[in-house]
Design a protein around this ligand. Structure first.
Ligand code: SIN
Length: 304
């Protein structure tokens, strides 16, 4: 067996695989299927200052090789998360990444301060949700706002701070450099790609929100490209995500420069996808004589 542990911003994960925020809830449904201790980490559903019901349905639409969602950050709010979910998650022998989101900088700062007083391992600041009218991606598509919110949350916590980036920008590397300069310890990318489907019989958008975020295998090449570009642009670790569905995909993402890999939509078709991906990575490393997964990070050899 190859050594699978990786380091991200001073935190050791037993393997690089992390269910992405929003696809895994707080792990309760999945721990009936496998021990959560098998995972490198768990990114929890985006938590806001107050409970949110999310957007009206329909808020999921299938697409070829992917899906659109417009969930709208449905979650019970930070106080319920701290009281009912985090204590249970912290018993699971895996790294917990608390994903946080807010309509204002002040809301994100307040959530980060509350998390700072807990034993959560890392904070993932979501500045890239495409499904909310206030906050969300509005913070993440301009360098100055991305920098400002990162700097404010940085001051609010000493926890390792990951900033989750949007692909719906002209230059994701400029945004990554902005959040790095503001004190981010790592970046995670890509969040979903803004998309739309229309029912041609009713002429109505399928999603009640009209537009939503696309994920799944169809976005994988976009994600690999942005991870590769970002890993070269910043000195902090990059966590790659976007359409990862197999061990081979995770290896490819790490060759592009990711230090760890989040798995999203694949979990909806195979709830055991993270476990299968870990096993497939291990088999690939063994078959290729690689005894430590960290040896493959950033090893892509681009054509000149
Ligand atoms: C959502 O809840 O709308 C998805 C979260 C995100 O895309 O960041």
């Amino acid at each position: 067996m190859a050594k699978l542990s990786v380091d991200v911003a001073g935190v050791t994960l037993k393997n690089p695989i992390i269910p992405a925020s929003g696809v895994f809830g707080y792990g309760r449904e999945y721990e009936e299927l496998f021990p959560l201790s098998k995972l490198g980490g768990i990114a929890t559903k985006g938590t806001t200052g107050q409970p949110r019901p999310g957007n009206p349905a329909p808020r999921i639409a299938e697409t070829p090789s992917g899906m659109l969602n417009s969930v709208g950050l449905q979650n019970p709010g930070i106080d319920a998360f701290l009281e009912k979910e985090l204590p249970n998650l912290l018993t699971k022998d895996t790294v917990i990444l608390a994903n946080i989101a807010g309509s204002t900088i002040e809301e994100c700062v307040s959530i980060a301060q509350k998390l700072d007083a807990t034993d959560v391992h890392m904070i993932e600041l979501n500045i890239s949700c495409p499904n909310v009218k206030q906050g969300g991606a509005a913070f993440g598509v301009h360098c100055d706002s991305a920098e400002a919110i990162t700097a404010a949350v940085r001051k609010a916590t000493t926890k390792p701070l990951i900033v989750k980036l949007s692909p719906n920008v002209t230059s994701i590397t400029d945004i990554a450099k902005a959040v790095e300069s503001a004190g981010a310890d790592a970046v995670s990318l890509i969040n979903t790609v803004l998309g739309m489907r229309i029912n041609i019989e009713t002429k109505r958008p399928i999603l009640r929100n009209n537009v939503g975020g696309m994920s799944g295998p169809a976005v994988f090449p976009l994600a690999v490209r942005m991870v590769w570009q970002t890993a070269q642009a910043v000195s902090i670790p990059v966590i790659g995500m976007g359409g990862v569905a197999s061990g081979a995909d995770a290896i490819e993402m790490m060759m592009a420069g990711a230090s760890a890999v989040q798995v999203g939509a694949a979990i909806f078709t195979d709830p055991l996808a993270p476990v299968h991906i870990i096993e497939e990575m291990d088999a690939w490393l063994d078959a290729h004589g690689v005894d430590d997964v960290r040896q493959i990070i950033g090893t892509v050899q681009p054509w000149s």
